[in-house]
Each structure stands twice: as C-alpha cells, then as structure tokens.
Ligand binder design. Structure first.
Ligand SMILES: NC(=O)C1=CN([C@@H]2O[C@H](COP(=O)(O)OP(=O)(O)OC[C@H]3O[C@@H](n4cnc5c(N)ncnc54)[C@H](O)[C@@H]3O)[C@@H](O)[C@H]2O)C=CC1
Ligand SMILES: Nc1nc(O)c(N)c(N[C@@H]2O[C@H](COP(=O)(O)O)[C@@H](O)[C@H]2O)n1
Length: 277
C-alpha cells in the first residue's frame, strides 16, 4: 500500500462509533429508492455564519472536527457545493483521511465525487484549480458541474472531460417561495441515476437556505453541523432559511431538528439530527 502523505488526517475509532448511526448505511441502501442518502453538513459560528463574507474562505472547524468532516467525506459518494463556494474557496473537496485512496489507500477508494451547482457556468476553473491539481496527483475525483445551460462553454467542457468530470444540464424551476432555482428533487434523482448512493451538501449559504425551504427539507436525511466557539460578526454568509407562517399568519420557526445528539470535538461541538418535517 502507498505511504500516506504528511497532510493525511487521523480520525479515532471511538469517534467513528459515535458517528455511525448518523451516516449513510454501509450496504449502500437509501431511504428513498430513487435518491441518494442526503446529509446536510457545514461549520458555523455562534452567529450562524459560514464565512466572514461571501468571497472569503474562513476557518471555523478545529483539528478534530475538521478530521470528522473528512471522515464524513470518506463515507459519501458525492460532496456538493454552490458556485459561490467554488469561487470563494478554490476548494479541494477531497477526503484526506489516512488510508483512503491517494492518502495511503489504493486508487480513488473512498474519495467522494465533487459536485458544483453553477447554473450559468461562472466557475472559471483551470488546470491550476486545487481540484484539478488533486486529480493529477491521484488524490481526488474530477467535478461534476450542474448547469442550466443546454450547451455549456466548449473549452470548459473539454477540460472537465479531460480529467474525467462532466457538465450536467438541468432546467431552472420556480420554487414555492418564488426562487428561480434548480429543483432539488430533479438534481438528487439525477445524481442517483449517475450512480451516487450518498451525497453530503456542504454549502454555502444560498445552497443551504434553498435546501431548507419547506418543499425540499424532507429530502435531507441527516444534519451534521459543527459549531465553533466564535462570533464572526455582521456581514457574514448566514444560514437563515425563509420564515414560515402558521394558518393565522403568525411567524413560526423555519425548521427544527429531532433525534438530536451533541458530540464535543476539541473546542467545537458537533450537532447531529433529522429535520422534523
Ligand atoms: N463553513 C462552512 O462549512 C462552509 C462555508 N462556505 C462559505 O460560504 C460562502 C459561499 O456561500 P454563498 O455565497 O451563499 O454561495 P453558494 O456556495 O451557496 O453558491 C451560491 C450560488 O450557487 C448557485 N445555486 C445554489 N443553489 C442553487 C439552486 N438550488 N439552484 C440554482 N442555483 C443554485 C447560484 O448560482 C448561487 O448564486 C463562501 O465564503 C464559503 O467559504 C461554504 C461551504 C461550507
Ligand atoms: N467543515 C468545515 N469547516 C470549516 O471551517 C470550513 N471553512 C469548511 N468549509 C467547507 O470546506 C471546503 C474546503 O474544503 P477543502 O479543505 O478545500 O477540501 C469549503 O469550500 C467549504 O465547502 N468546512
């Protein structure tokens, strides 16, 4: 077996046991036959911010919860972000747990497929993008880019294909709340048809808030949130889904979790649960 690179992360067996009930089943079975097991997971500050501002990569997770996130990546077939995140972070979206493919393991075993929602092909990726560097080094898979353009730009299409990635073209719809967006049902069914049995959705703010709309939140099988002991302050990228109202027009909470478990990981705490729909 190849040696693990120096930046490989360790995630202790005892912590794996805690997490197991929250993870996609190892046999690949899914709660809905036509869709992947879907985990919503992100790191947030005490004031519900994912980042200091939309274009800023912001470290929130400490070393233990970061290792947990990478373990989650090893247990999902796909990892999804919006184009805002791709532009801000130039992310790797691979799994760096010791023993997975490229980190001491064979081939690309346990490396998730990166998926970027990019309706108008704004993401200006190139050979120098982190994701593609990792592909060349055999440490990650090429991305699937979800667009609404029937014919995506030819140059980008060629580069994606060269690395083993692809554009996926879907249509825009208008959601219940009037948002013009890709329908999550259609997207998840498409990803299942393409072979993904589990997907973790990492962000950013637009992606999470749109998935937490009433018509979509039942698609989320698990929520795993890292809460870091810091306030980022005003102006951040905030997780705050649209308000809901009861029959009399009174405001009610947008969403609530059930079957909640809390795990401390270093200075952070990780909250797991299911959306109470
Ligand atoms: N702390 C954490 O765990 C994470 C932090 N982030 C941070 O979040 C920030 C980016 O967040 P945002 O600016 O909100 O961008 P985003 O990553 O949510 O992407 C937003 C864009 O994605 C597209 N999009 C998303 N959902 C769509 C849908 N259902 N249909 C059609 N298009 C859709 C739209 O083009 C939209 O403008 C970055 O600063 C990044 O660092 C991102 C992921 C995780
Ligand atoms: N779990 C977690 N903790 C943080 O503090 C973060 N900033 C993020 N961000 C997400 O991870 C992506 C970066 O991944 P790579 O390290 O480049 O593989 C970033 O784009 C966000 O999706 N997550």
């Amino acid at each position: 077996m190849p040696a693990a690179p120096r930046d490989a992360l360790e995630f202790p067996e005892s912590d794996r046991l805690f997490l197991e009930p929250q993870l996609p089943p190892r046999d690949g079975s899914t709660p809905r036959p036509d869709m992947p097991f879907t985990t919503l997971t992100f790191a947030t500050s005490l004031d519900s911010s994912l980042a200091l501002s939309p274009g800023t990569r912001t470290v929130l997770s400490g070393p233990q919860s970061k290792a947990m996130t990478h373990y989650l990546r090893s247990r999902h077939d796909g990892i999804l972000v919006g184009v805002g995140t791709a532009l801000a972070d130039d992310p790797g979206l691979n799994c760096r747990i010791a023993g997975v493919g490229g980190y001491g393991g064979e081939n690309l075993d346990f490396q998730p497929r990166p998926i970027v929602i990019d309706p108008t092909a704004r993401w200006n990726f190139s050979d120098n993008s982190k994701l593609f560097q990792l592909c060349r080094e055999g440490r990650g898979r090429a991305p699937w880019v979800v667009t609404t353009m029937p014919e995506p730009p030819a140059e980008k299409d060629a580069l994606l294909k060269e690395y083993g990635g692809q554009f996926i073209s879907l249509k825009m719809t208008t959601s219940e709340s009037g948002r013009h967006q890709i329908d999550w049902n259609e997207l998840l069914v498409t990803l299942r048809l393409k072979g993904l049995r589990s997907v973790m959705i990492e962000g950013g703010g637009h992606v999470i808030n749109s998935l937490l709309e009433p018509s979509y939140m039942s698609l989320i099988d698990r929520v795993v949130v890292t809460i870091a002991p810091t306030w980022l302050g005003q102006g951040g990228v905030v997780v705050s889904p649209a308000r809901r109202f009861d029959e009399e027009g009174n405001p009610m909470s947008a969403a609530r979790l059930k079957n909640v478990k809390w795990y401390p990981f270093g200075e952070d705490v990780v909250l797991c649960g299911q959306v109470n729909v």
